[in-house]
Design a protein around this ligand. Structure first.
Ligand code: ASP
Length: 439
């Protein structure tokens, strides 16, 4: 068995957390490749080492003294090292970092040191080999991950190494400088490593016991999703569910390597399996509910619209010319509605309205703002009659007015538009009808 295990920041925030991670790794021979994040928060008001590094670098770039800031960062590592009784010192590393900061080595370099140093500590603690990701993970000239080059180089190296620690979050850009992924990007590194070694599984250890059916800030203690497909996950993440970095799926998607989201603080919980496809039936018909507020809709009316060839294209061209992507586009016989992100739309509003007038000469354009979209997602919906009926009965019962309905052809998701103020009520109503009523 070859397992890649990634530990998030809260799983490595202190020596105590490091020990839990160490116990997890040592309890399974297969856990051979470890991808650490930088130390995260130990308590709510704490500051992540990554944020401390950004802050310290900004001070350096502004020509301010960084002694105190750097000292506090080193202290975080020192406490971990002492708590683990390691005879490791990072003095030399911090001397290099100080100089690089003073010589303006760049924000990405600065942020990446959180993972780099945690990787050194982790390798020492486990007795695994340390590999600097800057030498094995590459970005292309456009700043995108160069998966082919990375796969080749990292794959060749890891074929020679039995057990290794590969820090998350960064690699090298085409000109040799350190470059990071976007925030939370250690998840992507884990996925890249899993692909390079053709792992049997990629375990992503965090501080929750998997993906929840819906947002715990809206529903108390929502149920955990035991299995979810990549496609379902993409729908839910797009609509706001966060646990895994969105780009973490792409490197392994075609390899069929499953991802298992696990909880470092509750290692016996099975967590969530993310798979390409599965016969495993979701427990509640639906797999998850997610949503976002802050949409606006542009409602366009024109008599005989349905007979006017090219109408839709001309309208959408106006959005394209204004560099605004649209979310949904439900239509009637003589009406067409375009949903967009309100914050992106506001500054372009008048240009777009004028553009639509010029392009299709409509009878009427009406705008509506403060709308929310809710996605009800589930591979199980395809085989079940009555899912939509249950959703809309629940919403009617909860006195939520539905403004828009859109079901994708995959029959795997139903998108519902409601007013912002009904957002939470709507999610609770849908959750109750599918999950609570089946408990
Ligand atoms: N440490 C980085 C962050 O805070 C990356 C990560 O944790 O995945 O975003």
């Amino acid at each position: 068995m070859k397992k890649v295990v990634k530990f998030g920041g809260s799983s490595l925030a202190s020596a105590e957390q490091f020990k839990k991670a160490g116990d997890i790794i040592r309890s399974d021979e297969g856990r051979r490749y470890v991808v650490p994040s930088a130390p995260g928060k130990r308590y709510d008001a704490d500051i992540k080492v990554t944020d401390m590094l950004y802050d310290c670098y900004r001070a350096a770039a502004a020509g301010e003294s960084i002694e105190k800031k750097l000292f506090l960062i080193q202290k975080r590592y020192q406490e971990i090292i002492e708590g683990l009784s390691l005879s490791l010192t990072l003095d030399d590393e911090f001397a290099v970092i100080r100089e690089a900061f003073e010589n303006q080595a760049g924000e990405d370099y600065a942020a990446s040191r959180g993972e780099y140093l945690n990787g050194i500590v982790m390798a020492e603690y486990l007795g695994y080999e340390f590999l600097d990701s800057a030498q094995y993970i590459f970005f292309d000239k456009k700043g995108n991950l160069d998966l082919e080059r990375t796969d080749e180089c990292l794959g060749a190296k890891l074929a020679e190494v039995e057990r290794a620690v590969i820090p998350g979050f960064y690699g090298s850009s085409w000109d040799g400088k350190v470059k990071t992924f976007s925030r939370g990007g250690s998840d992507v590194t884990g996925s890249i490593v899993a692909r390079a070694v053709q792992a049997d599984i990629y375990e992503n250890w965090t501080d929750v016991s998997g993906f929840l059916v819906t947002d715990p800030r809206i529903v108390d203690n929502p149920a955990v999703i035991s299995t979810i497909t990549y496609k379902e996950l993409r729908e839910l993440s797009y609509m706001g569910a966060t646990v895994l970095h969105e780009d973490a799926i792409f490197p392994i998607r075609k390899e069929g390597i499953p991802i298992n989201i696990r909880n470092t603080n509750r290692p016996l919980d099975p967590g969530t399996m993310i798979v390409e496809s599965t016969c495993n039936k979701p427990k509640y018909t639906i797999t998850g509910i997610a949503g976002k507020k802050g949409f606006a809709s542009i409602n366009i009316e024109k008599d005989m619209m349905n007979g006017e060839i090219g109408f839709g294209r001309k309208v959408l061209e106006v959005f394209e010319e204004n560099e605004l992507s649209f979310e949904h586009m439900p239509s009637g016989i003589d009406t067409m509605t375009v949903y967009v992100h309100q914050s992106e739309f506001e500054s372009k509003e008048q240009n777009i309205i004028a553009g639509i007038h010029r392009a299709v000469n409509p009878d009427f354009i009406d705008l509506e703002s403060d709308l929310a979209l809710i996605a009800v997602v589930g591979r199980g919906m395809r085989r079940n009659r009555g899912t939509a009926a249950r959703i809309f009965a629940a919403l009617a019962h909860a006195h939520v007015n539905v403004k828009m309905i859109d079901q994708g052809s995959s029959e795997m998701n139903i998108i519902i538009g409601v007013e912002n103020r009904d957002f939470e009520t709507a999610i609770r109503a849908i959750y109750d009808i599918f999950v609570m009523s089946q408990m």
